[in-house]
Design a binder for this molecule. Sequence first.
Ligand SMILES: [Zn+2]
Length: 307
Amino acid sequence: MVEWRKKPKKEDESVSYFERISPHIDIMHAEHETDRPILAAVQGRRRTLLIDAGNSPKHAALFRAYLREQNCPEPDLLALTHWHWDHTFAMSAWGVPAVAHHATAQMLARLARLHWSAETLRELENERIISDRTVADIRLEYKEESLSAIAVVEPDISFQDRLTLDLGGVTCEILHVGGDHSVDCCYLYVPEDRTLFLGDALGPSVYGGPMAYTSASFLRLMTIAEDYDAEVFVESHGKPLSRADFLAELAPYKQLAQLAGQIGNDRDKLAAELKNCLGAEELPADLERSIDFFIAGFADAGDSTST
Ligand SMILES: [Zn+2]
């Protein structure tokens, strides 16, 4: 279950830290305490691709140590799902060429000019570039005294719509999809392993105001995801899921997005219809929260369409 969908609770400890999820792909699982996303290494004959850098050099070091233990070649190329700190702040620790969407590159170029301190975090929060939650997570990951050690790095290669990386017998197709979470979100697909990395693309917006979803955007991203011939779906802050489990987990959210598109911003009606569609007396807390995200999305758009 992905973090913004689940109700806040203690981390599920039943999952091992690292896992080979398919013939060419090793991952480090997400950790929720300081918002560490899944990191992946995709191993081809010629190149090993790292998907997302991690949120700190400490985070990167843990994955690197695992890869060494497994005798995996060191990653020699990095691809980013989007610019958010938890996916990119460890770029300096890997020291490999990084591939990113041009909007990711633009944002990181801006952040790369900053000298990092508590004051920098406050300013970014005031400008709504990051949130109070992100400030708290960064402080927890880096501790006060090492904030100045943060060094944001710009990507080396940027693209507009899509890019395919050939790793030698294994490929990675990167597609810019955008969406509510962040305009630069990308999907990364490894067709040889039928594994789709969705990054955070299916999450609500997290910066610039209250967390928000918009119906059309969510449904568009779901359609793109479903159209892949994928058997494994990896959301950055969740656990890798089989196709059947992914579709089952997302089904109520898709239903909610469809209802939001039909009903508009009438929260009570939306909740009642969703209960009706799901045959549920009560909605789980994560769906209740998601209704709030869709309602916030209507406010964002200045759209009060209601039927
Ligand atoms: Zn994100």
